[in-house]
Design a protein around this ligand. Structure first.
Ligand code: ADP
Ligand code: GLC
Length: 479
């Protein structure tokens, strides 16, 4: 039997590690391509050339690329950089759209021209095929920022197999109908491309309507988004496509997130040698100005401070938890009220420290130095931090929702609670802290199970490969 023919795949995404990331999407778009390349496929990635990626080593192609914008044409420079496994990333340079501080917005909120900015990304992704003479077998789109690719292809009468992955249904790329001109589509397309949504335009909805196959990042989330409660207004659209919708659990980059080799840590450790973890805990306590004590359970949290992450639930739980002998190490940014409250608690409580901002090194140190890791998410498509923390022997305390439910086993690799309330989280953290203090052998056994779990991308890549082949077959059938 001969080997399966290799696939040519183009990823279109708004983030990609190590160039740019605001959340897990960047991790996934930066790692999955390399894994597919290892399996023999030809995978390339396209992202915008934001101001903050300009110092990443890249070479510019000599000819500019023409990108149709609907009415006329625009020109973009194409830069090429490399990811691990030599995966090419094409950086679309259009300074009017991308050369500014911020990726999706700044201190004043989302940029007002995001519809145009990301419609342009989708258009550039399609234009690249001809520019590079690279005809992908399938185009893999990520979230609303790339969701217009299948719609534009359909509007142009092209039949291209596409897979659209939903990393977060909470962000849909919804704009006033006046933005239709900005994305370069005429009103005749509002209905046939599924763009119209309650009088607005909705780029994700259009993608969910037009893509050949759909996926999301955990099996449980795939179920949840088809219900009125979890569907964020699009459950009907998703139910209509249930036969084409798959839940594929994310993997993690086991090279970057490896306690035995992590260069961002002051000491290293593995599941049979935890001495280094104690050194990390000490370093974390010292760095944040917490009392240096090995015996006190230290709870970490690294998150965007937004409703999705249950940051309000965490705050409610603190009311009870701050009375217990625990420590807290918090890193993140987001809603102003939460930032202010965490800063204040850092001043008034010796056992609580928050750092505001995005800090890759401190994120690693918290994963390594904490004993417990809190994730009280309202919803969670997959979640990566609970997997990172398991890898680092930092037992996650998670709500039984989405990917958290699929990746944490209660009392075996972490602690799971159900109700979306401060009391439920506080009770779960208190139980976990008791386990740490009163049942150290069991806690140690749990750490060993969590650290020994395989969470890499190799098995995941096989599933995407199957999905790509399915999309190719279904698109051929549709045509
Ligand atoms: P989401 O993508 O919804 O934010 P995930 O758990 O999938 O949630 O991924 C979050 C990723 O972003 C993780 O890699 C996490 O470590 C990282 N991260 C989030 N906030 C920060 C921060 N303030 N500093 C450094 N890394 C962060
Ligand atoms: C999104 C989700 C998160 C998921 C990540 C990567 O940002 O909020 O749960 O892990 O995408 O797929």
């Amino acid at each position: 039997m001969g080997a399966m023919p290799r696939l040519k795949v183009l990823f279109v995404a708004s983030e990609c590690m190590p160039l740019v990331k605001t959340g897990g999407l960047g991790d996934v778009a930066g790692t999955l391509p390399g894994e597919l390349v290892r399996r023999g496929h030809d995978v390339r990635v396209v992202i915008p050339r934001y101001r903050m990626v300009k110092d990443y080593p890249a070479l510019v192609h000599s000819a500019p690329m023409a990108v149709p914008t609907g009415l006329d044409e625009s020109w973009a420079a194409v830069w090429e950089a490399k990811l691990a496994q030599d995966v090419p990333v094409y950086l679309i340079e259009h300074d009017v759209l991308y050369d500014r501080d911020g990726i999706y917005g700044d201190a004043h909120g989302d940029f007002g021209d995001n519809a145009r900015r990301f419609a342009f990304l989708s258009r550039a992704g399609l234009a690249l095929r001809r520019y590079l003479s690279f005809e992908p077998d399938v185009i893999h789109l990520h979230d609303w920022q790339a969701a217009l690719v299948p719609s534009l292809a359909r509007a142009a009468g092209e039949s291209i197999p596409t897979v659209l992955t939903i990393h977060n249904l909470g962000y849909q790329g919804r704009f006033g109908a006046d933005q239709l001109a900005a994305i370069g589509l005429g009103s005749e397309h509002l209905n046939d491309l599924g763009l119209e949504h309650q009088g607005d335009i909705n780029l994700l909805k259009s993608g969910l309507t037009c893509a050949t196959c759909l996926s999301t990042v955990s099996p449980t989330y795939a179920e949840e988004i088809q219900t009125a409660e979890g569907g964020a207004g699009l459950d009907g659209v998703l139910r209509a496509r249930t036969a084409d919708l798959f839940g594929i659990l994310n993997g993690i980059d086991e090279q970057t997130w490896a306690p035995s080799t992590d260069p961002l840590l002051p000491a290293r450790f593995d599941k049979d040698h935890l001495e280094g973890k104690a050194v990390c805990k000490q370093a974390l306590q010292r760095e944040l100005g917490l009392e240096v004590r090995p015996d006190v359970p230290l709870v970490g949290l690294v998150s965007r401070f937004v409703e999705q992450k249950g940051i309000d639930v965490f705050v409610d739980a603190l009311e009870q938890l701050l009375h217990l002998d625990l420590q807290f190490a918090v890193l993140g940014s987001g809603q102003g009220w939460a930032e202010r409250l965490f800063s204040k608690l850092s001043e008034t409580h010796d056992s609580f420290r928050a750092r505001l901002g995005f800090d890759e090194r401190l994120a690693h140190l918290i994963e390594a130095g904490a004993d417990l890791f809190a994730m009280p998410s309202r919803y969670e498509p997959c979640g990566l931090n609970q997997m990172y923390s398991q890898r680092y022997g930092t037992l996650p305390v998670v709500r039984a929702v989405g990917g958290l439910r699929d990746t944490v086993q209660h009392d075996r690799t972490g602690f799971v609670f159900t109700a979306l309330t401060g009391e439920a989280l506080a009770a779960a953290v208190a139980y976990a802290a008791d386990t740490y203090r009163l049942a150290p052998a069991h806690f140690r056994q749990m750490q060993r199970s969590a650290m020994g779990k395989r969470m890499g991308w190799d098995q995941v890549a096989v599933q995407y490969e199957a999905l790509y082949r399915l999309a190719i077959a279904r698109q051929a059938g549709r045509h």
